[in-house]
Design a protein around this ligand. Sequence first.
Ligand SMILES: C[S@@+](CC[C@H](N)C(=O)[O-])C[C@H]1O[C@@H](n2cnc3c(N)ncnc32)[C@H](O)[C@@H]1O
Length: 242
Amino acid sequence: MRGKVIGDILVLKKEVKDPETLLEIPGVNRVVKLGRIRGKTRQPEVTVLVGEGTETIHKENHCLFKLDVSKIMWSKGNTTERKRIAELVEEREIVVDLFAGIGYFSIPMAVHSQAEKIYSLEINPTAFNYLCQNITLNQVDNVIEPIMGDCRDSAPYGVADRVLMGYIGNTHHYLDVALNTLKEEGGVIHYHESVPDKFKFTRPVDRIKEAAGDREVKIMNKKIIKKYSPGVYHVVVDAWIK
Ligand SMILES: C[S@@+](CC[C@H](N)C(=O)[O-])C[C@H]1O[C@@H](n2cnc3c(N)ncnc32)[C@H](O)[C@@H]1O
C-alpha cells in the first residue's frame, strides 16, 4: 500500500482492491485516491474511496493544519524543512512568506519562534481561506498577517529579516520580489527550486547571485529536501543578502 495519512484521511497513490480494510490503520477514518496535481495552484485530483468528505485537520510538530485534500496539497517530504525553518527564526524577526499556502511554514514559525511579525502571502483563494482558519486554530493571529494576492503585487517592501520562497515552479522569476522585500541592512532568503541532479546546487546559487547583482551574497546552506521526479531534486538554498 503506497499512501500517506493526512489528518484522518489515508491518501493513496493507486487504487486498491478492498479500501475498507484500510480503516484498520490507527487514526484512519476515510480513504481517498490521489490523481495528478495540476497548475500553478497545485490542485490535486482526488477520488473518495471510503467515507465522506475530504476536509480534515492534520497535526504536525504541535501545529494544526486544516485543509481539504481534494483542493490542497500536503507534502510529507517537506516535514523536516518545515521544522528546520521554524527553529531558525530568531526573536523579534520580521518574516515574509511569499508563497504561504495554508501556512505550511508560517504556522510552525509563528507557533515555535518569537518572531515579531510574519506576513503570509497567498494567491489561491481556497488556500488563503485555510491559511486564515489555521492562523485562528493555532492562536497566532497576533503574529501572522495574511495577505491575499500575487506576492509580486502585494509583498511588503524593505521590511524582512527573512523571506521564504517555498514554491517550486518558476520560483527564480520571484527573486527580485524577495530581494525588494528584504531590509536594507540585509537578511536571509530561503530559495526553493526543482533542479536536475547535474545542476543540483549550481543553478539555484547562480540564479540567486545573478538576481542579487551588486548586492553582497553569502550562501549559508544548501540542502536537498526530497526527490521531486526521476533525476530531479527539490532543493533549498539559504542565502544572506545585503
Ligand atoms: C505548493 S505551496 C508550497 C508547499 C509547501 N512548501 C509545503 O511545505 O508543502 C505554494 C503556494 O504558493 C502559492 N502561489 C503560487 N504563486 C504565487 C504568487 N505569485 N503569489 C502568492 N502565492 C503564490 C500557491 O497557490 C501555493 O499555495
